[in-house]
Design a protein around this ligand. Structure first.
Ligand SMILES: [Cu+2]
Length: 310
């Protein structure tokens, strides 16, 4: 009998021990490895909760910057023509830069210009030059183009990479002269005139005096010339015709002309001839091709010198 009691007590103790261990293990699992966990190093694997690091507290010592992906950061015009004549080449050099300086491939870059000041939003209306796709950045790019009309030209460099769009500052280029509508119109008188000096009558356009007055003129690129027939000798038509190389002429200019007026009646003016290329031009009257002063341009006579604006 005592043996049986002892044996049953032993079973009860054993049962209680197993029960308490089981209970403890259950609680341990439920409480998520709480603060009373004797081994903190084991908690991350048992709990699965995020481990906080020391980055939330301010640190007096400089820390390593986070790893950064290189991205398109800027466009900059680094060299450009500042002044040109209409029709002359403008040259623009620009750079693309990245946030880290590391190389990436950028979707596209280009130069955009306009005759009016523009904002990036308006630049879609500008003229695109030198567009290149899939370019390396950082990198340097160049484009040459011409603008035919005089005025201030506003230029920006532009680049797009995915959702990133960058614009350079605006630079200005002064384009001078040129253009059929620009410039000054000069009037040259054609024909013999009768003048009275000191009671005596003289005829101009004879001998050493040109039929064209002024005899030679200097004009600015983009200017025009109109010839007016002011002949006082009678009803005589005249003209003004380009003579490309006066040095080669004997009695009259026979080179094919680059330009010519129609024949001009007395009292009438020619249509304007506009000069858009700098240089020296000679002309004559092909109604009177043998005339010394009208039909034979020389190096010093019947000359139009076209110069770039100063
Ligand atoms: Cu003539």
């Amino acid at each position: 009998m005592p043996y049986r009691i002892a044996r049953s007590m032993k079973s009860a103790v054993l049962l209680a021990l197993v029960w308490s261990v089981t209970l403890f293990a259950g609680c341990h699992a439920l409480d998520g490895g709480g603060d009373d966990d004797p081994d903190p190093t084991s908690s991350p694997t048992t709990t699965g909760t995020p481990t906080t690091t020391t980055t939330t507290s301010p640190s007096p010592t400089p820390t390593e910057p986070p790893e950064e992906e290189p991205a398109l950061s800027a466009a900059a015009i680094v060299n450009h023509t500042t002044e040109a004549n209409a029709g002359e080449e403008l040259n623009i050099t620009w750079e693309l830069r990245t946030t880290t300086g590391e190389a990436i491939t950028v979707d596209r870059t280009e130069i955009v210009w306009s005759n009016a000041t523009f904002t990036p939003a308006q630049a879609a209306n500008g003229t695109i030059e030198g567009r290149q796709d899939s370019v390396d950045a950082p990198g340097t790019f160049n484009v040459t183009f011409t603008v035919d009309e005089a005025g201030t030209v506003y230029v920006r460099a532009h680049a797009v990479d995915g959702d990133t769009e960058v614009w350079s500052d605006i630079i200005e280029i002064e384009v001078k002269g040129g253009g059929a509508t620009g410039g000054t119109t000069h009037i040259v008188s054609i024909g013999m005139k009768v003048v009275s000096v000191g009671g005596q009558t003289f005829k101009t356009g004879e001998g050493q005096t040109s039929f064209f007055e002024p005899q030679n003129i200097t004009i600015t690129l983009g200017d025009s010339v109109v010839w007016r027939n002011e002949d006082q000798k009678g009803d005589v038509e005249h003209s003004a015709v380009d003579c490309p190389d006066p040095a080669q002429q004997q009695d009259a200019c026979t080179d094919p002309p680059d330009w010519r007026t129609a024949q001009i009646d007395v009292g009438e003016e020619s249509a304007p001839i506009t000069f858009t290329t700098a240089g020296t031009y000679w002309y004559f009257c092909d109604v009177h091709p043998g005339s010394t002063t009208m039909g034979k341009p020389t190096a010093s006579q019947n000359q139009i010198k076209v110069v770039a604006p100063s």
